[in-house]
Design a protein around this ligand. Structure first.
Ligand SMILES: [Cu+2]
Length: 401
């Protein structure tokens, strides 16, 4: 019904426009073509100026209104090292293109007004002007060169791989319709090999169980990362194109079936620190559930998140995962609490090529329980243990409640 009414309105509008055209045509015949032409030139050129002013005010106002989202200000500040450089680049590009946009719009509409058709005025024909041509070639060339050089520099910095000998955290993310599988390499620091032909319900990544590097690999249901440490994320997809998008870290890379990609970045703010920052903004100083005064504040419930940025199918919107950035000792404690996928789901089953054989797996005893790891008697380990006992106390409290 609404569509029918809309179509009817549109049809009526077209008829009205045609009728107005006819009326002015008739008026032109009565008053003489020239007069009508001059009249219309006069009004159109003035209305053009009015349009220009409103249009520029609207454009600048919208840029200011959306600057937090588009340029990463306020509660949308970057939480990674390269994110800051990237936001700077966007700001610089917008500055140059913004100046050009405003100047060219003013000149465009001003010329349309100044050189409107006036009775007796003749158009001047200029075949070419060397000076003008040099100016309008050189200025854009210089500005473009500046933008390209800065852009290329930033791009090379962002796309840099891990240097040999550098300390970093590695994980692998695999997109599928519709979700993500996160895999951490375990004690040996090596992600085991995969063969897509071995993919099945019990082996969602097609891990090759003969490869001992697979035995300590862990599948986790959230991404936990240590703050201020380089992270290398290896990206793949199991079916169609997906895109690994971490908006707060300005990370976005396609996951392509059959073509592994990767992204290296350094988170600079823990989730707690980011929440602290958000607590300063009025839009986050409201209850999570406005009808429930006992619910937590919105900033307290904030989490970094992973989203899929490729329209990969009907369940695309459900491809979300929480990303937690924590202190290094909390990260190591969390890692110790994760268990190997091989030991929990494959070991001893029909799919286990080492069934009935003894296996030595780093950091795990053969029964598949996370065992004693090599203890380093450093302060860090103490911190880690303290954190672990705190966490288990909290757990106990929630259980007794
Ligand atoms: Cu997807």
């Amino acid at each position: 019904m609404i569509i029918l009414l809309t179509l009817l309105c549109l049809a009526l509008l077209v008829i009205v426009v045609i009728q107005i055209g006819r009326v002015s045509e008739m008026a032109g015949l009565i008053r003489g073509e020239e007069d009508v032409q001059n009249d219309s030139n006069y009004w159109n050129s003035r209305l053009g100026l009015v349009f220009m002013v409103l249009f520029l005010i609207g454009s600048v106002a919208s840029a200011i209104y959306y600057k937090n989202y588009m340029l990463g200000y306020g509660p949308h500040e970057a939480a990674s090292m390269h994110g800051i450089a990237m936001d700077k680049l966007f700001n610089m590009t917008l500055f140059f293109t913004g100046v050009v946009f405003i100047v060219t719009q003013i000149v465009l509409f001003w010329f349309a007004y100044k050189y409107r058709g006036i009775e007796g005025r003749k158009a001047l024909h200029i075949s070419h002007d060397n000076r003008l041509e040099i100016v309008w070639t050189a200025i854009p060339a210089v500005v473009m060169a500046i933008l390209v050089v800065f852009g290329l520099n930033t791009w090379n910095e962002i796309m840099q791989d891990i240097e040999p000998g550098e300390d970093y955290v590695e994980l692998e993310m695999t997109g599928y319709q519709f979700g993500w599988i996160a895999r951490y390499p375990g004690e040996d620091g090596v992600l085991g090999s995969r063969d897509y032909r071995q993919t099945s319900g019990i082996n969602p990544l097609g891990q090759v169980w003969e490869d001992p590097a697979n035995h300590d690999d862990m599948h986790t249901n959230e991404i936990v990362l240590p703050v201020n440490k380089k992270v290398k994320v290896r990206l793949t997809a199991r079916d169609v194109l997906h895109s690994f998008f971490l908006p707060h870290f300005r990370v976005k890379m396609d996951c392509v079936p059959g073509t592994p990609t990767f992204f290296v970045f350094t988170p600079t703010k823990t989730t707690e620190e980011y929440r602290e920052e958000l607590s300063k903004y009025p839009e986050y100083q409201v209850r999570e559930d406005p009808n429930d005064p006992t619910s937590p504040m919105l900033w307290e419930t904030f989490n970094y998140e992973l989203a899929c940025a490729e329209l990969c199918g009907t369940g695309h919107g459900s491809m979300r995962m929480v990303v937690r950035v924590v202190e290094d000792y909390e990260y190591r404690a969390w890692l110790r609490n994760q268990s190997s996928y091989y030991l929990t789901s494959i070991r001893g089953s029909d799919h286990d090529p080492f069934r009935g054989e003894d296996l030595e797996i780093d950091g795990m005893d053969d029964a598949g329980e996370p065992g004693e790891m090599e203890e380093e008697s450093t302060d860090e380990t103490d911190e880690e243990d303290e954190y672990l006992s705190e966490v288990s106390e909290e757990d106990d409290e929630t259980e007794t409640e």
